[in-house]
Design a protein around this ligand. Structure first.
Ligand SMILES: [Zn+2]
Length: 487
């Protein structure tokens, strides 16, 4: 009997551990208690939501406590740099509105996708992901819940509005509208969202992927309204990939493409909890594929689709007085105030050659680019020859640093290491290596695998089961990495 009780206790303990363990994996809790948002933990969010509620009393707001750390989210989205990779976030290339600090500090002006995109910077991610920048009248529709269980079969008001919207394009006919209604009913998706999505993907005129004419004699008679699978590095490869995908799915009419595409959107995103445009772009819902499984790489995707969706709602509900439901995610350790819009005129500092000078036995180091060094150390101010580094400017772009230890200490706070012990190495991890401010964390930078590095000091204390070595990358970034990640 006692044995039985013991077994039962062990059994329930096991179940409890199992359940409490799995709770950690799930996305955070959702709350409608806006007034209860702790302003010290999530500064400024409550005020933003309440301002909208005051203006639109029928709107319903939920906040989702994701339990994710802000820096971890930004780092998770700042991945996929370098040739042959698929950057998780891109900004439009050669576009004055997204220049300067919008462009990735690692990749620089390297083209991605169709050659129309650059990799996005940390600053761009911080600005776009910070909900305080988008809980406003114009941008809030990226938080709109996209699921809907309403039956639209006999809803003539909705059909009429969809027809008006369809009339703004040259390709959406009555069959397409019926397909949208059917898909909305079958897959519990909002029909206006489907309409907005098609127009977002295709624009207002017929494109190759929905013309049914194939491409260069291939894939005639297939349609891909939501651009599924349409990715590649040239325009032609994008088109061919999109048509090949449609062909593989048997999307042989406009209606089939819309209904089956909507089914995929529902199945792939909405059913999985990614039921806002924000969550489809920034997957902070997980739990198994955080920062992956994202509908598009375009960092502006959620915002631009959200404003398109809002425009559609404005046409059917001019004062937006409907009972719209919005879900806004919250992160732990958010910055004290909203992250600023990245400057388009400033640039990330070019540090490539900055610290790659020769380290001499007598603790002097020749810095190749003195101008970059001086800018780096002093912002835009000049430093005198008798300044902190006792530098000697030997030519327009040359400077001899008398005291290399002094220089390196200056750049690294209190880190102390012997300059003469500097070795070179290579990062060997399969994924990019995170440089931390200290062995305890604080992400500085993502270094690419295979990148050459210099090892400045070898850690001698175990922190989180690792020895942490201080390194500098070939681009001049300093930080700590675990011992096993270089050779
Ligand atoms: Zn990058």
């Amino acid at each position: 009997m006692t044995k039985m009780i013991k077994r039962l206790i062990i059994f329930f303990l096991f179940i409890y551990i199992l359940l409490s363990g799995s709770m950690v994996c799930f996305a955070g809790t959702v709350s409608t208690d806006i007034n209860g948002i702790d302003d010290t933990l999530y500064p400024g969010v409550k005020a933003k939501i309440q301002a909208l509620q005051a203006q639109y009393p029928n709107w319903i707001f939920k906040v989702e406590y994701t339990d994710l750390d802000w820096n971890e989210v930004i780092n998770g989205e700042h991945q996929g740099h370098g040739a042959g990779n698929s950057a998780r976030n891109l900004v439009p290339a050669n576009n004055a509105s997204y220049a300067g600090l919008w462009i990735c500090e690692i990749c620089g002006e390297v083209y991605y996708d169709t050659g129309k995109w650059y990799c996005a910077s940390i600053e761009a991610l911080e600005y776009m992901i910070d909900v305080r920048n988008s809980v406003n009248k114009t941008d809030v529709f990226q938080f709109l819940e996209l699921s809907s269980t309403e039956d639209y079969s006999n809803n003539e008001t909705v059909k009429t509005k969809l027809r008006e919207m369809a009339a703004t394009t040259d390709y959406l006919d009555e069959d397409c509208i019926n397909a949208i209604i059917n898909a909305a009913n079958t897959y519990d998706v909002n029909p206006y969202y489907l309409m907005a999505k098609i127009i977002q993907e295709q624009g207002y005129t017929t494109k190759t992927l929905i013309a049914g004419n194939g491409y260069k004699g291939q894939y005639i008679g297939v349609y891909n309204f939501f651009n599924f699978g349409a990715s590649g590095n040239t325009e032609e490869s994008v088109i061919l990939a999109g048509l090949a995908y449609a062909s593989s799915q048997g999307w042989t009419s406009k209606e089939i493409s819309i209904e089956k595409g909507a089914a995929l959107i529902a199945k792939n995103y909405i059913v999985k909890g990614q039921d806002t445009l924000y969550y489809q772009k920034f997957n902070v819902i997980g739990p198994n594929n955080l920062y992956q499984h994202q509908y598009q790489q375009n960092i502006l995707g959620a915002q631009s689709e959200g404003t398109k969706l809002r425009k559609i709602y404005l046409q059917i509900d001019p004062d937006l007085s409907g009972n719209y439901v919005f879900t806004v995610p919250l992160y732990k350790n958010m910055p004290a105030s909203a992250c600023p819009r990245p400057s388009t005129t400033e640039k990330h500092k070019e540090t490539t050659e900055l610290l790659m000078g020769d380290v001499n036995q007598d603790n002097t180091v020749n810095i190749i680019d003195a101008v970059a060094l001086i800018n780096y150390l002093n912002g835009q101010n000049e430093v005198s020859e008798n300044g902190i580094l006792a530098s000697k400017v030997t030519g327009r772009n040359d400077v001899s640093i008398v005291d290399a230890v002094c220089l390196i200490n200056y750049l690294n706070g209190d880190a102390v290491f012997a300059v003469n012990s500097i070795k070179t190495g290579t990062l060997i991890q399969n994924t990019n290596v995170t440089l931390s401010k200290s062995p305890n964390g604080g992400i500085i930078y993502q270094a690419s695998k295979d990148a050459s590095i210099k090892i400045l000091s070898l850690g001698d204390t175990l922190v989180n089961n690792n020895y942490w070595d201080l390194i500098v990358t070939s681009k001049g970034y300093y930080g700590y990495i675990p011992r096993g990640s270089w050779k």
